[in-house]
Write a protein that binds this ligand. Structure first.
Ligand SMILES: [Fe+2]
Length: 464
């Protein structure tokens, strides 16, 4: 029987907690139109945005070099001299712990002939030495050695030879950088995000999975696959028995950020059978300490059972859930930080994704998946859909290596594998003579917001 989207449901306007007081986590935002009066201009967008070199150049000049983006985790540089490399498009940035409580960022480029100073992802150094002629900088970016300095005419070495710095600030254990000296501080840029996400205490979580995959699709094609739940019914049919992707809440925050709340442990109205407990739901119950064999409730009551099991002080996860609303305890709150990050937040752990443009080809991008986890009791694992393999140590004792996986052998788990299975077909289809423009439903409003906010940057950028 074909499913008819209920007439009475306004997509994104379902409010799980209508009584949510102002400022509380679940509070529904005003509709998108209040922040973007021109939202309807984005109901169609041109395919060129996803493959044109000229558009990619406008994004580089107007967006990437002017906004805050996440460079990495502060926990990856625990000691003075620890550094990590952050490649954003054609630029490479070196993020260093220069003192016990100080993190700084520099352009990763030798001031002699332009060689990159570090090539690996992570490291620890007392000096940064160029592998070409041995020029050397201290970890705080000050020039330490110019090899055979007397052989340079004085005017050749005039001006600043320290490593040029990049603005760098930290929030929730994530290090952000910004190449624009005129941009507002990170806290202003993040707007409502820190307030709503504070209960997760992500600064206390540790990395348990770190995978990067190069895809033959523009970064926005890949990101957009994670900004709506409209695709669940076709792309993730196995999730229908325990994800209600019809009644959900969409929130729109300032500066392009947003979120999508989806109830978990509750069958979709698209399911004909909403009583029988499906295997995926049984797994969730078991994990929360509810024996599925003894569970007598219907599938539609499982979310309540999950909530009750987690609210017990001695719950199997060893987590104090008292700082979380009921919907945070059981459901998926998918936050997005403009321009290129999403967070599927749960008290136990967070699935973090970053969508990075390719240095030269707008039809390629890097899809970066991190899973960060709280310290969990016993054998409990982060939520199964995050794809953390059973053999991976999630205690926080060892930091798993970053994996550069192929798209076919991506090791992302079933759900994310399904997500990325569509994006390269989309990228190819965008070129078709028979495809004129994307058309977005009201279920895909966060994509309208993405394009509207990108255009705010592009129109603010002076012509190059
Ligand atoms: Fe998906």
């Amino acid at each position: 029987m074909p499913f008819h989207y209920p007439k009475e449901v306004v997509p994104g306007e379902y409010t799980i907690a209508p009584e949510a007081p102002p400022g509380s986590h679940d509070e529904k935002s005003p509709p998108m139109r209040e922040l973007y009066p021109n939202r309807d201009d984005y109901l169609h967008v041109s395919p060129e945005r996803y493959f044109s070199g000229a558009h990619a150049q406008r994004e580089w000049d107007g967006l990437w070099t002017r906004t805050w983006t996440c460079a990495g985790r502060a926990s990856d540089i625990p000691e003075t001299g620890n550094w990590f490399k952050y490649d954003l498009g054609r630029e490479s940035i070196l993020v260093v712990r220069t003192e016990a409580d100080r993190i700084e960022a520099f352009y990763n480029v030798c001031q002699h002939r332009g060689n990159q100073l570090v090539h690996g992802d992570f490291g620890k150094s007392e000096r940064f030495t160029c592998s070409f002629h041995g020029w050397q900088w201290k970890i705080n970016g000050q020039t330490n050695l110019i090899t055979d300095v007397s052989t340079f005419k004085p005017e050749v070495l005039k001006g600043r030879l320290n490593l040029p710095s990049v603005r760098c600030e930290t929030w929730a254990g994530f290090v952000f950088v910004n190449m624009d000296d005129e941009a507002p501080p990170l806290a202003d840029f993040l707007a409502e995000i820190p307030h709503f996400m504070q209960s997760y205490q992500m600064e206390q979580m540790h990395v348990v999975k770190d995978v990067v995959i190069e895809l033959d699709a523009n970064w926005k094609v890949v990101l957009e696959a994670f900004l709506e739940s409209y695709h669940l019914q076709e792309t993730h049919p196995q999730a229908k028995p325990f994800v209600d992707e019809v009644h959900y809440q969409l929130d729109f925050f300032r500066n392009g950020h947003g979120r999508l709340h989806t109830a978990i442990g509750y069958p979709s109205p698209r399911c004909e059978d909403r009583s029988t407990v499906a295997p995926g739901l049984a797994y969730m119950l078991a994990e929360a300490g509810v024996d599925p064999a003894a569970y007598e409730g219907r599938a539609m009551q499982a979310r309540d059972a999950l909530l009750a099991a987690k609210r017990v002080p001695d719950n199997p996860y060893g987590i104090d859930y008292s700082g979380f609303s009921d919907s945070q305890v059981t459901d998926d709150w998918n936050y997005s930080i403009f321009p290129n990050m999403t967070f599927n937040t749960h008290p136990e752990g967070v699935l973090v994704m970053r969508f990075l443009p390719h240095p030269t080809d707008p039809e390629k991008s890097y899809y970066h998946v991190w899973v960060i986890s709280r310290k969990l009791k016993g054998n409990v694992r982060p939520p199964a859909y995050m794809g953390v393999e059973p053999h991976v140590d999630i205690s926080g004792e060892t930091r798993p290596a970053r994996r550069y996986n192929s798209k076919l052998d991506n090791e992302l788990g079933e759900v994310l594998d399904q997500d990325i299975s569509n994006v390269e077909g989309v990228q190819r289809g965008l070129h078709s003579r028979a495809f004129r423009f994307n058309r977005y439903s009201e279920q895909e409003q966060r994509i309208l917001q993405l394009h509207a906010e990108i255009d705010r940057y592009l129109s603010a950028a002076p012509p190059q």
